[in-house]
Design a protein around this ligand. Structure first.
Ligand code: ZN
Length: 151
């Protein structure tokens, strides 16, 4: 798909990002989490803490807390909203689709990504990509830690 340069769409994306930055979803620490992990983006100073509870290979509870720039915090909130309740397979699929969107002119899977498409503008700026992917990498690390621990 080609990049759309529709100013109304750009405004909509900006609105989605600001809304999630100002009113972050799933901003809590999961009590007695299956696993928790912290991520830090030294380039921008963004911090993220992910905590989650797994049951039957499903993210039954997902909390994301942090501080930093609007892109990093909006991405964390959008991620939590999208992934809470998902199976680990779905998490992998959405994560892969998000990463594809964020590299160069990678394809955008609108069905899988939904509102996450609002972050597409960040891919034009390598420094911003680090902000946008911080929460995702932190979650991925948490799940890798869990897989290792239960192996
Ligand atoms: Zn940032």
């Amino acid at each position: 798909m080609s990049d759309r340069n529709d100013p109304a769409l750009e405004d909509l994306y900006r609105e989605v990002i600001l809304d999630h930055y100002r009113r972050p979803r799933h901003k809590h620490h999961v009590e007695d989490p299956t696993i928790a992990n912290r991520g830090f983006n030294p380039v921008c100073g963004d911090q993220i803490e992910v905590s989650l509870r797994l049951a039957d290979n499903r993210l039954v509870d997902l909390g994301v807390e942090g501080q930093g720039c609007s892109i990093s915090q909006a991405s964390a909130s959008l991620m939590a909203e999208r992934l809470a309740g998902c199976t680990l397979d779905e998490v992998d699929q959405v994560n892969a689709a998000f990463k594809r969107m964020m590299v160069g002119d990678g394809e955008i899977d609108e069905d899988l990504l939904g509102d996450l498409e609002a972050l597409r503008g960040a891919r034009k700026f390598p420094v911003r990509v680090k902000c946008a992917t911080l929460a995702w990498n932190t979650l991925q690390e948490a799940l890798a830690l869990y897989a290792k621990r239960s192996a």
